[in-house]
Design a protein around this ligand. Structure first.
Ligand code: AMP
Ligand code: ZN
Length: 118
């Protein structure tokens, strides 16, 4: 997809703060963080959303979750949220599949976890 912003980040055509990369995916910092730590885990293959997954995407989907787990550990996040927004009605603004990794809150009751907008 030539006009897709996440394809361009994956191909290094536009800059991003990439913290991990392998042959199938990239992990980079969200430009407008919704949490003290906010990363996006993005497959290099252009898949529009969870609703567009096909049978051959099982491995990549599992890889996204394992990459999120590894990044959370690296970043020292004790607890975190993993979120897929799906479609405009689900809050998805970038039409390239991505998993949000959100964390870094202090466990001091200063945040209502049920009311985090994303
Ligand atoms: P969603 O609303 O689930 O599609 O999330 C898209 C996310 O991508 C938002 O949290 C944006 O802040 C983030 N984003 C958009 N453009 C960039 C960019 N160039 N670099 C890093 N994050 C981005
Ligand atoms: Zn794309």
């Amino acid at each position: 997809m030539s006009d897709c912003i996440f394809c361009k980040i994956a191909k290094k055509e536009i800059p991003a703060d990439i913290v991990f990369e392998n042959k199938d995916l990239v992990v980079f910092e969200d430009i407008k963080p919704s949490a003290p730590a906010h990363y996006l885990i993005v497959p290099k293959e252009h898949i529009q959303s969870i609703a567009h997954l096909e049978g051959n995407h099982r491995d990549i989907l599992a890889d996204l979750i394992y990459a999120a787990k590894d990044e959370a550990k690296k970043a020292g996040l004790k607890g975190y949220k993993l979120v897929f927004n799906v479609g405009r009605e689900g809050g998805q603004m970038v039409d390239h599949l991505h998993l949000h990794l959100l964390g870094g809150w202090k466990n001091n009751g200063d945040i209502d976890h049920k009311r985090i907008p994303l």
